[in-house]
Design a protein around this ligand. Structure first.
Ligand code: GLC
Length: 470
């Protein structure tokens, strides 16, 4: 049978334009993504039965070249988020200013005492590359209002305060030196600017504050060369009209024609931003899950609730399987150093990625998802079975709808024996102990795009009537 390849790009295009895809129905895939594993709904939508409607928004000039602009991003799949600012000195989460109701007189002096070590960002970029990440997104200004960059519009900025230098410039240089794509996080909400809250009710304040905001974004889009991602955050207290978000994006694209923007200035932008949860966007929308490595974005000294390398890898696999990106956060200490515990986790992820990265990054949308101990990714007709909980001896896949041609351990290349009938693929002769750590990847070459149907197994697997006495 002729292999049918559904690339990540095809997926975005086909679901957005409503053209059914070849062997695998995209609506079926979507239905399966949103249903609990093994549930009836998971396979309830017949192939080609209906189309999932795309978001209904007036077209923007950026719609026309979105695929081209986002190609690198869909390939990249794994990025580093960096939350760093005055709050890092407090060491109690980036919301300390508001959630502890710091008086301004106690918080503002942190701008003077913020004295990070030179070129701290070099370590971030090295760690990102070592982890297998392809892009970075740094907080240029968080809700606290302090600009980590050099601004002509405020003296509440790194150049004119404690650091005495442009921390965003250092970040951009460091990221580029390690071959990382460069992203800027920018919070529209501002707890420091005098008009940051009363702009909701005072039109003159709104005019001033919106002009200030557009001005800061203009500086960011003008002074640092090519920027790959603009990551807006929290548009409180204004709406799209209040912020003049359409004009904002027009200015951004005027200065950076190839940039990608997210959806947090109230407009749909180029991608959705599920936070701390992995939920695929529908309607062909691009999406990126952002997630903390412990429970805080900004440095929180006592937060030791670190995700294990196994959890990080599994999350990355889940994002890749469903066509999304994974933006994983680090919160450097006030001196700029990424906490040792974070580095330790990321190093282990990076070691695994060196052996297995190509089975996750640059992969295609993957429909098979049901297993009690493994998750899946796919490239063309190759199915990667990532075994998280190694059962020993053999592993099995239920309801695979294509023929298996061969199987091997991905890291060692060792051939894996298998048997296949209508219901089960059984990979046999496996060692008792997991050959790779923390996740073992088995590469399964199929004769077509692999899909899985466990409901068929439930309905059709012969029932031998054991115990039937009628
Ligand atoms: C939330 C938080 C913010 C964090 C962001 C990351 O919006 O307010 O602190 O920067 O999520 O997605």
């Amino acid at each position: 049978m002729k292999p049918k390849k559904i690339t990540r790009r095809d997926w975005m295009i086909r679901t957005a334009t409503g053209v059914a895809a070849g062997a695998v129905s995209m609506p079926t895939l979507l239905a399966q993504q949103t249903a609990p594993p093994g549930s009836v709904q998971q396979l309830a939508v017949p192939a080609g039965a209906q189309q999932v409607p795309g978001p209904v928004e007036p077209p923007t000039p950026q719609d026309a070249n979105r695929d081209a602009r986002m190609e690198w991003w869909h390939e990249a799949q794994f990025g580093m988020f960096i939350h760093w600012g005055l709050y890092s000195q407090v060491g109690r989460h980036e919301w300390a200013f508001e959630n502890e109701a710091f008086p301004m007189t106690e918080y503002e002096p942190l701008a003077k005492t913020f004295k990070p070590r030179p070129m701290a960002a070099r370590q971030w970029a090295r760690v990102a590359r070592g982890t297998g990440m392809k892009y970075m997104v740094m907080t240029t200004k968080h809700h606290e209002g302090f600009c980590n960059f050099d601004s002509k519009l405020t003296n509440y900025c790194a150049m004119q305060q404690g650091p005495g230098r442009d921390l965003v410039r250092e970040y951009v240089d460091a990221a580029r030196a390690e071959g990382m794509r460069v992203g800027f996080y920018y919070s529209l909400m501002d707890w420091h600017h005098p008009d940051g809250a009363n702009c909701l009710t005072d039109p003159a304040a709104r005019d001033r504050f919106v002009e200030y905001t557009h001005g800061l974004i203009r500086e960011l889009m003008t002074n640092y060369g090519k920027i790959d991602v603009l990551w807006y955050d929290v548009h409180w207290p204004l709406d799209v009209d209040g912020w003049q978000s359409v004009k904002m994006n027009e200015m951004v694209f005027g200065l950076q024609p190839d940039i990608i923007v997210n959806n947090r200035n109230g407009l749909p932008g180029d991608f959705s931003t599920p936070e701390q949860t992995i939920v695929a966007a529908t309607g062909g929308r691009a999406w990126e899950t952002c997630m903390t490595l412990n429970d805080s974005w900004g440095y929180q000294r006592a937060d030791d609730n670190w995700k294990s390398p196994a959890t990080v890898i599994r999350n990355l696999i889940t994002c890749a399987r469903d066509g999304g990106n994974y933006l994983l956060n680090v919160g450097p200490r006030p001196d700029g150093v990424v906490p040792e515990d974070s580095v330790h986790v990321l190093e282990q992820v990076g070691q695994w990625m060196k052996r297995n990265g190509e089975t996750v990054l640059g992969t295609d949308l993957c429909q098979p998802r049901t297993s009690n101990y493994a998750s899946f990714t796919r490239k063309g007709n190759t199915l990667y079975m990532h075994v998280h909980f190694w059962p020993g001896d053999y592993v099995a896949i239920s309801g695979l709808q294509v023929g298996v041609k061969s199987a091997k351990m991905h890291a060692s290349g060792e051939t894996v024996a298998f048997t296949q009938d209508k219901f089960r693929v059984k990979l046999t002769g496996l060692p008792e102990e997991a050959p790779d750590n923390p996740v073992t990847t088995i590469e399964i070459e199929c004769d077509d795009v692999p899909t899985q149907d466990t409901l068929m197994v439930r309905k059709e697997k012969p029932r031998d009537g054991v115990g039937y006495s009628g």
